[in-house]
Design a protein around this ligand. Structure first.
Ligand code: EPZ
Length: 435
């Protein structure tokens, strides 16, 4: 298995292009199942999760052609659903277990064909990740759902899903995306209340509108969808990845230096911008056509510890919690980090401790005291964002840090080591490194 070798101590300098958002691209790919003509998706990040979702669409009978950018960091995909429904509508366990967002194909298949069988995704390192909110809302729309052999077996008895007035019992990004896209082909009007408002949901809604969907309340907690009998194709460019951008901002915050992020949406990064500014970074935004964000920090000036509480958007994103924890190991004072979204999202803490960090965990609270010098050793990535946190810590560790199991990293970051190298970091991929 590949591993990353990082030698710390270099401040970062230069410009980095932020890729398209994995978490916008995945629901957009699933939503292409709703279209009776071709969908073209641009600015997809060339990462494993996207490749798996494309495999899921192909396993359902879609024709998907992809074009890779010269730098191999971006994909364009054209999806044709002409042959959909001519083979069994099964999303297999082998694919779904690797990429849980595959569950999003269930609703569109039910809406178009009245039946589907999708493997239950199962849990992952950061939590049990149930899908009860998805399934109960689909049942309220008229689906009959049973769990059999680890698969969700679903049918729509009278072939048509009905619009519902539904209040989610808890804010869920995936459940909001799932019901939003499914409601576009239901009979009548659907109102989704207590809906998630992450920017990736707004991006999905705007793509659905290009396909002809009638949606109001976008970027608000109440979405109203008037169901239609058919949706057409479209071309859509997915939004910039705010989590990748935030990851590079945390890399700068810990290493010091001066970098410019290109193709970034500062509006989607407000909570992190606030924390890093108050902690001692200088951040300037240029909101022209080519959105940029410049962040700098004098490497000789120590950061100040800040508290962080994760929450649904527009709160501090849980997907940046691990990265900011790595930063706070080098800040003056104690940072209290509260993880409110997932029950087990501190796996990176134990690995940061191996590097020398001074952390104390108490349930959903992490107390991070700094600045503590970090020293190189081998650490293990446990999930996508935890691995990013270990890379960030490696940028300031004395000696060499080896990050194992970086297949986690490859799920959501296109060419992260190349991008960091271009900013002056001493990071290299070791092919087939020790297990
Ligand atoms: C999305 O996951 C993201 N993934 C996650 O990013 C992100 O951490 C999460 O939203 C929260 O922002 C994608 O978009 C592909 P949720 P999702 O449903 O939709 C509970 C990354 O690193 N819940 O908003 O699965 C759930 O257990 C990934 O890119 C239920 O109880 O998250 C969690 O505690 C990691 N029942 C909370 O809700 C359900 O049916 C929020 O989960 C669904 C969720």
């Amino acid at each position: 298995m590949d591993r990353l070798k990082i030698s710390g101590g270099n401040p970062l300098k230069g410009t980095v292009q932020i890729s398209g958002a994995k978490n916008a691209a995945l629901p957009c790919l699933a939503a292409s199942l709703l279209a009776t003509s071709d969908i073209s998706l641009v600015n997809l990040p060339a990462v494993e999760d996207i490749r798996i979702m494309i495999s899921v669409l192909k396993s359902l009978g879609c024709e998907v052609s992809t074009k890779e950018s010269e730098d191999k960091l971006e994909l364009t995909a054209t999806i044709s659903t002409g042959n959909l429904g001519k083979c069994e509508l099964i999303a297999p366990y082998e694919l779904v277990k690797k990429m849980r967002a595959s569950i999003l194909v269930l609703g569109p298949l039910l809406a178009r064909f009245g039946m589907a069988s999708v493997s239950l995704p199962g849990g992952c390192a950061i939590g049990s990740r149930p899908v009860n909110l998805h399934l109960s809302a689909l049942e309220q729309m008229g689906a009959t759902i049973s769990i059999d052999g680890g698969y969700v077996q679903a049918t729509v008895p009278n072939k048509e899903l009905q619009g519902i007035d539904h209040t989610f019992e808890k804010v869920s990004v995936g459940a909001t995306e799932h019901l939003l896209m499914t409601a576009c082909l239901a009979r009548g009007t659907t109102i989704l209340r207590n809906a998630a408002m992450e920017p990736e949901i707004g991006d999905l809604a705007r793509m659905l509108q290009k396909m002809g969907a009638e949606i109001t309340g976008i970027d608000s907690p109440i979405l109203t969808i008037n169901g239609l009998s058919e949706l057409g194709g479209c071309q859509h460019t997915v939004i910039s990845d705010r989590i990748e951008a935030g990851t590079f901002m945390c890399a700068l915050a810990i290493a010091g230096g001066d970098i410019v992020l290109e193709r970034v949406e500062p509006e989607n990064l407000r909570p992190l911008i606030e924390v890093l500014k108050l902690s001692g970074c200088k951040i300037d935004e240029t909101n022209g056509s080519n959105k940029q964000l410049r962040i700098s920090r004098d490497p000789d000036k120590t950061l100040t510890a800040r508290d962080v509480v994760t929450a649904p958007y527009p709160g501090f994103p849980t997907d940046l919690q691990a990265q900011v924890m790595a930063v706070m190991t080098q800040a003056n004072g104690t940072s209290i980090i509260k993880e409110n979204i997932f029950e087990n999202r501190f796996q990176h803490a134990m690995e940061l401790e191996r590097l020398g960090a001074n952390l104390k965990l108490d349930g959903r609270l992490a107390y991070v005291s700094g600045p503590t010098p970090l020293s190189g050793c081998t650490v293990m990535a446990t999930d996508l964002r935890a691995s990013a946190a270990l890379v960030i810590a490696g940028l300031v560790a004395k000696g060499e840090v080896f990050v194992d199991r970086i297949y986690h990293l490859d799920r959501g970051y296109a060419g992260i080591e190349r991008k960091l190298q271009s900013l002056g970091a001493n990071v290299h991929r070791v092919k087939g490194g020790r297990v």
